[in-house]
Design a protein around this ligand. Structure first.
Ligand code: PRX
Length: 658
């Protein structure tokens, strides 16, 4: 059932860490200062959700007041109906209107490092001017309210600017992570029916240029939809240019007016689409709307990271804006909280493995949010790298994206946090828009490996297929029983898939797709996925996606892909392929297949282990026996029952290979 590698250690983990006593003082006042305060407010948020969320929404600007707070149930959830607002306004203009235009909004650091790093700092005034220019440029290029704008960029300030410009004019954005391939761009462009792509000439990664514009050029050959490509010059690498289609950002944006009125958006107007992997087919476009998402990401950012404006805090989330973490916790949840959000362009180990700690020290980062896979890599690189730096500015440490193993959790706490920083292990998903299960730094006792308790308003439970709660410490399906403001509103263009994936299996509840258990203290423990989704370095991939890309290669007839425990990535990818007649197994072919998957999906999907086999182990009904393949891939000897295997020799052969 689970792809997770460290369940056993988690199951025996019982250390409890109270929030460090000094936290309240160090942070300048915890919003939720005790477990009792959490429990009292949680109860209220569940019993009177409308009242609770209306109070939060009142902290932000609305052009027109909503009529109802939450007016419907799953699957067609609606929040703040009748309300009109604009999220870009709340991120930027609202701060200026309150007299904080000169405060820092974004701190950006580029990857190249020749003695001094390249740094850009944007105040809310700066951001306003840049966003308005970009918004006006998009209008000039023919983008109207409701048109989907595709964004495929490196981590440069213009990425945040472009996202906010889209929100300003009511054009939903679809951001594609810069590590994805041309085919992946074309697929998403086709699905979203998007005509414009914003990109960069290239982006820096470990000292090399990732040729983003070249990738978009290839995508324009794979789909006819793209008629405009807006290009930011970042790396000055050679690119080809098509007049009439390609437009330089500086040519068009620099000449625009510095003012652009915000569109008045209905609370339920689409804010963005973000593609994510599921168990079947191509990635699906998860839809988020304006009002509820705004309110939820604002509050979770504020309370989970204890953001306090005007206290010299600097918040840094190391994710890429291409993922939901970057949407919610670099841009949309952060800017309304008026704590500067730091964006870093490049790799954690460039030019040296201490780059992150160098950034923390120089910018005096107070809240730091990263993924377990990164923490495991830092552990491996050695304590000497963080030890070289003064990390005493840090006050809250966060993790996201995959289960964290207790060893990594402890290392994070001791070596990075000097035992003085609460760790917030946040469980959530692209679909949930914001944090769902998470400690609150001043309130929640934590245990390594547990994402602890539900956030306010989140009615999470572990249930069986009938929706009944299972017993203490028993594994079951993780569900949410009531809508929350940033619930996904749909799968773009595919209502059936939306219903089937999230609302069909357990009646009336949102099915997360994870298995979990709840312990005697009410803490949740994520055990792994219940579907064919694997989590590679905190990035979500469907095993079917990788299988389809393998069989699209001429030499492969059939492929099965499973997750395999991986020291750094958490889960690695193991692929088993049967070859077409006449094709011989070879190292060259393995390399060619890995490269092929890289081209079809992106480098993150390249199999770590690739085995050729005469046949795949199947049950008599023809179902591939994945648990056996997982065992083979993990190199463990299986004691499992194999009587349903069609051909016993297949398993033996698979084991013997390599
Ligand atoms: O399996 C869970 C895992 O990541 C999945 C969601 O992936 P994605 O939509 O790409 O969003 C990742 C960033 C929010 C979940 O279904 N996951 C995420 N956070 C955690 C986690 N597993 C365990 N602990 C977490 N903190």
């Amino acid at each position: 059932m689970s792809e997770q590698s460290n369940i056993e250690s988690i199951l025996t983990e019982s250390r409890v860490f109270e929030p460090p006593q000094s936290f309240d003082e160090r942070i300048g006042g915890a919003y939720i200062p005790s477990l009792d305060a959490y429990e009292e407010l949680y109860k209220r948020s569940i019993e009177s959700p409308d009242e609770f969320w209306a109070e939060v929404a009142d902290e932000l600007d609305w052009f027109e007041q909503w009529n109802t707070v939450c007016s419907s149930d799953f699957p067609d959830v609606k929040w703040f109906e009748g309300g009109k607002t604009n999220l870009c306004h709340n991120c930027v203009d609202r701060q200026i209107n309150m007299g904080h235009g000169d405060d820092l909004a974004i701190i950006w650091e580029g990857e190249p490092y020749n003695g001094t790093p390249e740094i850009r700092q944007l105040t809310y005034h700066d951001l306003h001017a840049e966003v308005c220019r970009c918004a006006n440029a998009l209008k000039e290029l023919g983008v109207n309210k409701g048109d989907v704008v595709t964004i495929y960029m490196g981590m440069v300030p213009e990425l945040a600017i472009a996202v906010l410009a889209c929100a300003r004019i009511g054009a939903p954005h679809s951001v594609i992570f810069g590590g994805f391939s041309s085919q992946a761009i074309a697929d998403r462009v086709e699905d979203a029916k998007s005509n414009i792509v914003i990109t960069c000439d290239g982006s820096w990664r470990r000292g090399s240029v990732v040729p983003l514009k070249d990738n978009v050029d290839v995508a324009t050959e794979l789909t006819e939809l793209i008629d405009t490509v807006l290009v930011i010059k970042r790396c000055n690498n050679d690119i080809s240019w098509q007049e009439g289609r390609d437009v330089w950002w500086h040519d068009i944006c620099d000449q625009q007016d510095e003012d652009c009125q915000c569109e008045s958006m209905d609370a339920e107007d689409m804010l963005f689409l973000l593609y994510t992997s599921g168990s079947t087919g191509k990635p699906k476009g998860i839809m988020h709307t304006t009002g509820g998402y705004m309110v939820y990401t604002y509050l979770t950012s504020k309370w989970v990271f204890n953001l306090i404006p005007g206290k010299d805090q600097v918040y840094w989330c190391t994710a890429d804006v291409g993922w939901i973490t970057g949407h919610s916790y670099i841009i949309y949840g952060l800017l309304p909280n008026r704590v500067p959000t730091l964006m870093y362009e490049g790799a954690p180990n460039f030019p040296e493995p201490d780059r992150f700690w160098d950034i923390v020290e120089r910018h005096k980062v107070t809240q730091f949010y990263t993924a377990p896979t990164a923490i495991r890599a830092f552990m491996k690189w050695g304590d000497e790298h963080p030890s070289k730096h003064d990390l005493s500015s840090l006050k809250v440490l966060g993790t996201v994206g995959e289960p964290i193993n207790p060893e990594a959790w402890m290392w994070y706490r001791e070596v990075i946090g000097n035992n003085a920083c609460p760790i917030v292990d946040t469980w959530w998903q692209t679909e949930t828009g914001g944090h769902m299960l998470t400690p609150l730094p001043g309130a929640t006792p934590t245990t390594p490996g547990s994402c602890t308790r539900p956030f306010f308003g989140i009615d999470a439970a572990v249930v069986d297929d009938d929706g009944n709660e299972v017993g203490e410490n028993e594994g079951g399906l993780l569900v949410v029983r009531k809508p929350w403001p940033s619930t996904l509103r749909g799968v773009y263009g595919d209502r059936d898939r939306f219903i089937d994936t999230y609302f069909a299996r357990v009646d009336g509840m949102y099915l997360a797709g994870d298995s979990a258990r709840k312990d005697e203290r009410g803490n949740f423990w994520i055990m792994g996925r219940i579907d064919d989704v694997i989590n590679v370095s905190g990035h979500r991939l469907g095993t079917m996606e990788v299988e389809s890309s393998l069989v699209s290669h001429d030499s492969v007839v059939e492929a099965a892909v499973v997750g395999v425990p991986h020291e750094i990535k958490g889960t690695g990818i193991a692929a088993f392929c049967t070859l077409a007649s006449g094709c011989q197994p070879s190292e060259e072919l393995k390399d060619a297949l890995r490269k092929h998957v890289g081209e079809e999906i992106g480098a993150i999907a390249k199999p770590d282990i690739l085995k050729f086999t005469d046949a795949l182990p199947k049950t008599r009904s023809g179902k591939i026996m994945r648990r056996l393949l997982r065992d083979v891939a993990a190199g463990t000897d299986s004691n499992q029952d194999v009587t349903t295997l069609e051909d016993f020799t297949v398993l033996a052969k698979l084991r013997d290979e390599e």
